[in-house]
Design a protein around this ligand. Structure first.
Ligand code: ARG
Length: 289
């Protein structure tokens, strides 16, 4: 064999070994796939640079760092999340998913991490109130597969005259509300409030329906990968380090319009494995006047 050929083979072998080594390394690191439906500010949405941002996203990123695991976030439709968990395409659902008895038959939940009700949105000047917006034949939009969709279904079954329109994503529902194709939108309270705030001249939040729902993170039934103990421990660390309070401050009192610049400014703290500084910096950036 000529020495050129030998060298070529050598390089080829090196490339193969490097490739295998890389794969084995990243397998060893346990990458957990986090499924979300990134249409739900302030819990999860996509910023101006294409990053997944929001309370759930940063909670799960912080837990991952503190527990020494790797995550990979995947945006899929809300109604596809539970099937994806069952089939093993994703490992964790982080999507402001309400803990319901029905769902608990097919997934396992973390402890509840957020309580919320529903808020009702209409177009400004429409003169609808919480009662009329959900009756008299009005068209009401909600996301497919959600507790809001179930709620509307029950209204209809109990004989109330509503026309239900279900959407794959909440962004599409809001577009239809703005365009007058539906009269009412119903979502979790912080979300409806966030949408109202981002369209202050066009939309108005007319009130709450108290449901007392609680959101949890979900994993495959029975937690075969042992993820729930990590989430539990991670959540308690978030509370004891002040990360939790700062993320609450950033996303539930801050100006969500600032997220693109704030995330760009703060995300390096995640890269260097410092979620405490990340959350503190994000909170002050989002609430800065
Ligand atoms: N909390 C409601 C439910 O669990 C709606 C959640 C929608 N979440 C989302 N990321 N789009 O059914």
């Amino acid at each position: 064999m000529g020495s050129k050929k030998v060298r070529l083979l050598g390089i080829l072998a090196l490339v193969v070994v490097m490739f295998l080594g890389w794969n084995i390394l990243s397998y060893g690191q346990n990458v957990y796939v986090v499924g979300t439906s990134a249409d739900y500010p302030p819990f999860e949405w996509v910023d101006g640079n294409g990053n997944y941002v929001g309370f759930d996203m940063d909670v799960i990123r912080s837990i991952a760092i503190l527990e020494g695991i790797k995550i990979n976030i995947k945006d899929i439709g809300f109604d596809a999340l539970v099937p994806a968990l069952k089939s093993g395409k994703i490992d964790i659902i982080a999507a402001d998913m309400t803990i319901t008895a029905e769902r608990a038959k097919v997934v396992s939940y973390s402890e509840p991490y957020w309580a919320s009700d529903f808020d009702i949105l209409v177009r400004k000047g429409s003169n609808l109130n919480v009662v009329t917006a959900l009756s008299q034949g009005h068209k009401v939009g909600a996301q497919t597969g959600t507790t809001q969709a179930d709620f509307l279904d029950n209204l209809k079954k109990s004989g109330i005259n509503v026309q239900i329109k279900l959407y794959e994503t909440n962004d599409l529902a809001i577009m239809d509300l703005l365009a007058g194709r539906i009269d009412t939108f119903i979502g979790d309270s912080p979300v409806s409030r966030a949408f109202a705030k981002s369209h202050p001249d066009k939309l108005v939040d007319i009130g709450v329906i108290h449901t007392g729902e609680n959101a949890g993170f979900a994993v495959k039934k029975g937690d075969p990968k042992g993820i729930l103990p990590l989430i539990k421990d991670g959540l308690s660390k978030l509370h004891s380090t002040g990360i939790w309070d700062n993320l609450v401050k950033a996303y539930f009192t801050g100006n969500l319009d600032k997220i693109t610049t704030s995330y760009a400014k703060c995300k390096h703290y995640f890269k260097s494995g410092d979620p405490v500084s990340y959350a503190a910096a994000l909170a002050s950036s989002m609430t800065e006047k």
